[in-house]
Structure formats: structure tokens, C-alpha cells
Design a protein. Structure first.
Length: 69
């Protein structure tokens, strides 16, 4: 049976609810800290204020897959 999801998707263990909540909270804190950086620090990491604010305002479920593993 081929579901189109690939072998890894069928065999990957599901993360616990607490692990997912913890990851979401960490992502929220990270984005809030990004939004609070001053222009000098944003420049050091190659971002401008508008880009940092856009990232900080993204919803929790809008995160790259590599961040949620």
C-alpha cells in the first residue's frame, strides 16, 4: 500500500503532547526575543526590523519542519 507519504512518515514515532507544547513555547520565546533585538544586533545577523517583526508575528504552527522535529 502506497500512501504517498513515504516510509519515514509511516515509521516516525509521534512526539508526546508535552514535547510539542514545549517546542511551541520555545519557538514563541525565540520569536519574541528576535522582535526585541535592537537595530545593531539585527544588522549583525543580517536582518532588518521589518523582517524580524514579520518572523515574530508568524503563528506557532508556521514553523519549518526542521524546527519541530
Amino acid at each position: 500500500m502506497n500512501t504517498g507519504l513515504g516510509h519515514a512518515a509511516l515509521t516516525a514515532p509521534r512526539r508526546s503532547l508535552m514535547a510539542r507544547i514545549s517546542s511551541a513555547m520555545a519557538l514563541h520565546r525565540s520569536r519574541a526575543r528576535l522582535a526585541s533585538l535592537d537595530a545593531h544586533l539585527l544588522d549583525d545577523i543580517g536582518l532588518d526590523r521589518r523582517t524580524a517583526e514579520a518572523e515574530a508575528n508568524r503563528p506557532l504552527w508556521d514553523a519549518p519542519a526542521s524546527w519541530t522535529k
